[in-house]
Ligand binder design. Structure first.
Ligand code: ADP
Length: 578
């Protein structure tokens, strides 16, 4: 049972019952006493009226001795005090005191009224007897003339003595009722607080995780309803909890089967969820609750978490961990302001890639020498073959040139793709650099009847970059523009915005159909194979452009309309590396 609630309810009842009983007793005693006084007053009045004729003649005759003995005699019989006062207020007779020793009574309220011909009553302290008395005074006289006043009085003490028994009775009955009420209150408090106590205990059990706690109450009423609702609620919570834990188990099962490492970090970088895959990667089973950097300290991972949190968006990064290479993707978890990391092992893929790259580099190097030799001998043969032979020699030379171009481009690309590629950063004036490139192309442009011009604003066009590689970018772009343009020309435009220089290489050539635009930066991707072969393309030029621009933290975009022309826009950060 809930003791404190029980005591509180009981204390409330006790206070109310005691207060009510006390008040009721007090008020009822006072009412009864007042009523008794009223009855006594009326009795005294009737007594005074009855005695008046007896005193009337003695007063008329001015016989104080007779008046006094009459007062004493009648006072004894009526058990009351009888006083006679003359019209001046002097006491002539008194049944309890010596009138000669009594002071003038003219100012006594009951006497004053009686002298005016009315019945005067008063309840007050008697200076003569030094106790509380109830007085009733009536005028005595004839034909409207007041000869004196007859006053009858009664000790208040005697009234109180008469009421004492009644008071005791009231007190006993009141106490009896109060005790009965208190027993009722005790029983009610107990019956009210017991179910509440049961509910409290059951709630505590539920809070501690025991969903089998139930409150079984007999009878009806609101508390029973409350208990039933509690039981229903606990049932629902139990089933919801069950569903939730089933789901969570299912989820844990799924997360556990993922071979990749899975990590969920909170705002501070603390691991709030991880899977066995991650434990395998870091070789630590107990990672939950630790900071991710306590488990594995890799700058690349720090960087990934930082960028994902800062951008509040997904980002991907290769992260070396324990001698293997992983592809980590970070996703922002907006509900917790945290990060979800998925760590996929790409070591084998990387090894394969390296083997492939090494193979290409080795092959390209191996091909370079024989190709140079073939080209040399072709030059030698040129003067010695017949006219027919010249034709075949031309075909051989074209194919040899194409092969040599592919080999060169492959070598450049391999070098760029090598993660250790270093840029030789210096101040490069884009305008001068492009002017030099244009200069190289001038004979070809002229030969093909095209036009080429460079448009640059007034401001400086200096960037920090690798001169040789940037040159390669514009050679490739302008070479393509010239290659794929039959008529019209090429315009190179240099502009700048707040943070970048923008170089647009725009031609009026064949254009590129929409469906190819997203793939033309891939290695060996050509839109029209026969045309590409004819113009000596390798399908590697734009890959090289893209790599170099990315190394400069820039971007390259293309927009084109088939039949009208193509525009490649290169963006290079103005302040990069400066
Ligand atoms: P390629 O050596 O074949 O030119 P690139 O990588 O430089 O290889 O270009 C890939 C393909 O994109 C080309 O085969 C060509 O079809 C298309 N392309 C590139 N630049 C242009 C251009 N300025 N106009 C039309 N097509 C172009």
């Amino acid at each position: 049972m809930n003791r404190s609630l029980f005591l509180k309810i009981l204390a409330g009842f006790v206070i109310v019952i005691v207060a009510m009983a006390g008040l009721t007793l007090l008020l009822s005693y006072r009412t009864i006493r007042n009523h008794h006084l009223e009855t006594q007053r009326e009795g005294l009045r009737l007594l005074a009226m009855g005695l008046r004729p007896a005193f009337s003649s003695a007063l008329a005759e001015h016989d104080p001795a007779r008046l006094d003995s009459l007062a004493k005699d009648l006072g004894l019989h009526t058990n009351s005090r009888i006083t006679v006062v003359d019209p001046e207020g002097s006491v002539i007779a008194d049944s309890w005191s010596n009138p000669a020793e009594m002071e003038n009574h003219r100012t006594r309220p009951e006497i004053m009224r009686a002298l005016r011909g009315e019945v005067g009553t008063s309840l007050r302290y008697s200076a003569t007897l030094q106790e509380d008395l109830l007085y009733v005074a009536v005028p005595v006289g004839r034909e409207g003339y007041v000869d004196g006043v007859l006053r009858v009085s009664l000790r208040l003490e005697s009234i109180d003595v008469a009421l004492a028994g009644l008071r005791n009775d009231i007190l006993i009955i009141g106490s009896f009722v109060a005790i009965l009420s208190l027993i009722g209150a005790l029983l009610f408090s107990r019956s009210f607080s017991r179910p509440i106590g049961q509910l409290t205990a059951a709630s505590r059990r539920v809070a501690a995780g025991d969903f089998d706690a139930r409150v079984l109450l007999k009878g009806g009423g609101e508390v029973k309803e409350l208990a039933d609702s509690f039981n229903y609620m606990t049932d629902r919570v139990k089933s919801l909890f069950g569903e939730l834990s089933d789901k969570s188990e299912e989820l844990n099962g799924v997360v556990g089967t993922i071979q990749d490492g899975l990590l969920v970090l909170d705002k501070e970088g603390r691991i709030i969820l991880s899977n066995p895959g991650f434990a395998r990667i870091v070789g630590d089973e107990a990672v939950n609750g630790k900071f991710y950097w306590e488990v594995t300290r890799v700058p690349e991972l720090d960087e990934l978490v930082r960028t994902t949190t800062a951008r509040r968006a997904s980002s991907v990064r290769e992260v070396p961990l324990g001698g293997r290479m992983y592809l980590c993707s970070g996703d922002f978890l907006s509900s917790r302001e945290g990060v979800v990391l998925l760590i996929h092992d790409i070591t084998d893929m990387k090894n394969m890639e390296k083997v492939k790259k090494d193979f290409i580099v080795n092959l390209s190097h191996e091909l370079r020498t024989p190709l140079t030799a073939i080209k040399g001998f072709l030059e030698t043969l040129q003067d010695e073959v017949t006219v027919d032979g010249q034709h075949y020699l031309g075909i051989v030379r074209r194919h040899t040139d194409r092969l040599a171009n592919i080999v060169e481009d492959l070598l450049v690309l391999s070098e760029l793709e090598d993660s250790g590629t270093e840029l030789h950063i210096e101040k490069v004036d884009l305008k001068h650099l492009i002017e030099d490139v244009i200069h190289v192309f001038e004979p070809r442009v002229r030969e093909r009847g095209l036009e080429m011009k460079l448009e640059a604003g007034e401001g400086g066009t200096v960037v920090s970059g690798d001169r040789f590689k940037l040159e390669q970018v514009f050679i490739n772009l302008i070479d393509n523009a010239v290659k794929y343009t039959e008529q019209g020309g090429v315009v190179i435009r240099i502009t700048a915005d707040d943070a970048n220089f923008l170089v647009a290489v725009e031609d009026t050539g064949t254009g590129i159909p929409e469906e190819h635009l997203s793939r033309i930066f891939e290695r060996f991707y050509v839109v029209d194979k026969s045309r590409s072969k004819k113009v000596g393309g390798t399908g590697l030029g734009l890959s090289i452009v893209k790599h170099i621009i990315l190394l400069h933290s820039g971007t390259v975009n293309v927009d084109s309309e088939p039949g009208k022309g193509t525009r490649f826009t290169v963006t290079i950060p103005a302040s990069q590396h400066s």
